[in-house]
Design a protein around this ligand. Sequence first.
Ligand code: ADP
Length: 232
Amino acid sequence: MNPVLEIQHATREYPGGVRALDDVCLVIDRGELLAIVGPSGSGKSTLLNLMGTLDRPTTGTVTISGQDITTLDDRHLSALRAREIGFVFQQFQLTEGLSAAENVATGLLYAGVPRRQRGPLAEAALDRVGLAHRREHKPHQLSGGEKQRVAIARALVNDPALVLADEPTGALDTANSRAVLELLRTLNDVGVTIALITHDREIAETLPRRVEILDGRITSDCSTTMTSGVLT
Ligand code: ADP
């Protein structure tokens, strides 16, 4: 079976000759939960943009669910992104005037899902993150942790091949951070493939696979066996 994501020998150079990624190879299989961890300036955002098909590599290939993104035009790339990738951001990126359910349903806007199916799918996704009872609440009526759970529901609503979570606990206090990490682990337990991008080694250490990036290069890629949810 195809991996969810396969990056082969990718470089990304910015104008001015900055090489933000240098010969990066990364394969993510279905069902994985991994951290991509590195300090500020190491190339995490650049890598995230390639993984999320928001950008193309200067050289090398990026393949999502068997499709080489470097061969797709913008329209096909947007369609692939809408179908295969769910995004979770540090600052939640919810739309203020919309209810939780409507915010989740926006995750289906570009995926070609008929309008009448969007509501039920959004409610099912809210249920998966334990927020069915908050479906009519607007973002300002929700706590930070609840907002992030709504954003996770939006990322899940179209059943993507890969969820990319960019510093998902960066705007949360310790208790809410723990709860969000626990939710991501629970979702992974039932098969959701998740890559979490973070500068925080402590968070990375709690995940079963850790890919370290420094100066645009992957410097280590370690997996730990999990037994009954406990790292061994
Ligand atoms: P991180 O997300 O780990 O902080 P980035 O991917 O943002 O790292 O940046 C990696 C390197 O690429 C840094 O040296 C940064 O200054 C540089 N960089 C990022 N974006 C641009 C850009 N648009 N133009 C030029 N250099 C950039």
